[in-house]
Ligand binder design. Structure first.
Ligand SMILES: N[C@@H]1[C@@H](O)[C@H](O)[C@@H](COP(=O)(O)O)O[C@@H]1O
Length: 242
């Protein structure tokens, strides 16, 4: 596992975006696995800049997002579809028809999960971007005695709803369920990029990458993947240099 630590967020964003850009340069039809949350925003801004400068062309790129809240109105600014449009897709020359986010409002969420898995099986993700939940979740795969391989509906943990409440007017507005790619789909990506920022995630990222592999820390399963790059800011990396 290649773990890189950065002194500044600017450098981290540039290297992360550079890895995406070089993939797309060598494979213009690349399939990207994308993530939401605050962690990827700076990387998306750097990709927008590289696209404006002509260094990266999204014309033939396909993307699949990890997850989506269930039950938010489609035009709500905090749906992950709205987030992706606002933070990346509206600002680069990607074909929106080639961007995929699970439909958290599907009448039949199990059928939607199956449909998403069928699309993923055909597409095969080249590079999967991941943030890390405070409890070690990836996508919305929450710590549990068992994890699901495929896309499925999850009941969000209270701590996850609390952590994400900062994006909503109140905790009551935070959905209680989400639809997420499973860890099996995440681990099928040819390459995984885990990005973690901030001192409050220093313990969990250290546990995930150096502790036992356990479903109680879903990100620990990344230890089984042969091609993971981890980008940490210096606060998140503090236990790696102790
Ligand atoms: N489902 C998302 C995750 O994909 C993300 O990694 C996590 C961390 O978010 P942040 O980057 O804002 O800390 O939040 C959400 O729960």
């Amino acid at each position: 596992m290649n773990i890189m630590t950065f002194n500044t967020n600017e450098e981290l964003n540039q290297i992360a975006a550079g890895i995406f850009a070089s993939l797309i340069q060598t494979k213009p039809t690349a399939v990207l696995g994308l993530a939401t949350g605050s962690t990827p925003i700076g990387i998306y801004q750097e990709l927008i800049r590289l696209n404006e400068k002509g260094y990266v062309d999204f014309k033939d790129v396909t993307s699949y997002n990890l997850d989506e809240y269930c039950g938010l109105p489609a035009d709500h600014p905090e749906t992950y579809r709205s987030f992706m449009n606002a933070q990346l897709f509206n600002h680069v020359n990607i074909d929106k028809a080639k961007t995929h986010v699970p439909n958290g409002n599907a009448a039949d969420l199990d059928a939607e999960s199956k449909f998403y898995d069928e699309q993923l099986a055909k597409a095969s993700i080249d590079l999967q971007l991941l943030g890390l939940g405070h409890n070690g979740h990836i996508g919305f795969n929450e710590p549990d005695a068992e994890l699901h391989a495929g896309t499925h509906v999850v009941n969000l943990k209270e701590e996850t709803r609390q952590a994400n409440a900062r994006f909503f007017n109140s905790i009551d507005e935070v959905p209680t369920q989400a639809i997420t790619m499973g860890v099996g789909s995440i681990l099928k990506a040819k390459m995984v990029m885990l990005v973690v920022r901030g001192a409050e995630k220093a313990d969990i990222v250290h546990r995930a990458l150096t502790g036992p592999i356990t479903t109680e820390v879903p990100a620990s399963l990344l230890q089984t993947h042969p091609n993971v790059v981890v980008l940490l800011d210096k606060e998140a990396a503090k236990h790696f240099h102790a």
